[in-house]
Design a protein around this ligand. Structure first.
Ligand code: RB5
Length: 152
């Protein structure tokens, strides 16, 4: 699978560990930055990850900031993004199975490296339960997205 990963200054070390981990599983993962520890604005990176996914540069993205909250809020503003901010493998798995999350977000100040790897694995290994109620519910999410979209 082709993925992108991005995060703010708080996420540099965890992002690199996760990038390596995902690549070691045979995925093609592109690092969108930042790779600087200088303070930067998480919306910049959430937007980059979200836009790369909806543009089709990658099938899915991973977004990391201090809490995962700001970067996931931002990514979710990009039309077509379903970003899930999680801190446990169960939620990560369900975010794919039920919500078809195309961006996974978590906090570098919340989860350690090993837990983050488990979270990423749970999400990567899960599949969206296509057909039936979950397809209907995700379509309802898209409806909201479409209803509130502004002019480009
Ligand atoms: C940066 O200090 C921090 O606010 C950011 O990484 C993130 O946690 C925001 O939601």
């Amino acid at each position: 699978m082709k993925l992108v990963i991005g995060g703010d200054h708080s996420a540099v070390d965890l992002k690199e560990a996760i990038r390596e981990h995902v690549a070691s599983r045979g995925h093609d993962i592109v690092d969108l930055g930042t790779n600087s520890r200088e303070s930067t604005d998480y919306p910049v990176w959430g937007r980059l990850v979200g836009e790369a996914v909806v543009r089709g540069d990658a099938e899915a993205g991973i977004a990391i900031c201090g809490t995962g909250v700001g970067i996931s809020i931002t990514a979710n503003k990009v039309r077509g993004v379903r970003a899930a901010c999680v801190s446990d493998p169960y939620s990560a798995q369900m975010s794919k199975r039920h919500n078809n999350a195309n961006v996974l977000a978590f906090g570098a100040r919340v989860v350690g490296v090993d837990l983050a790897k488990m979270i990423v694995d749970a999400w990567l290994d899960a599949e969206f339960e296509q057909g039936g109620r979950h397809t209907h519910r995700v379509a309802l999410i898209t409806e909201v997205d479409e209803h509130y979209r502004g002019e480009d």
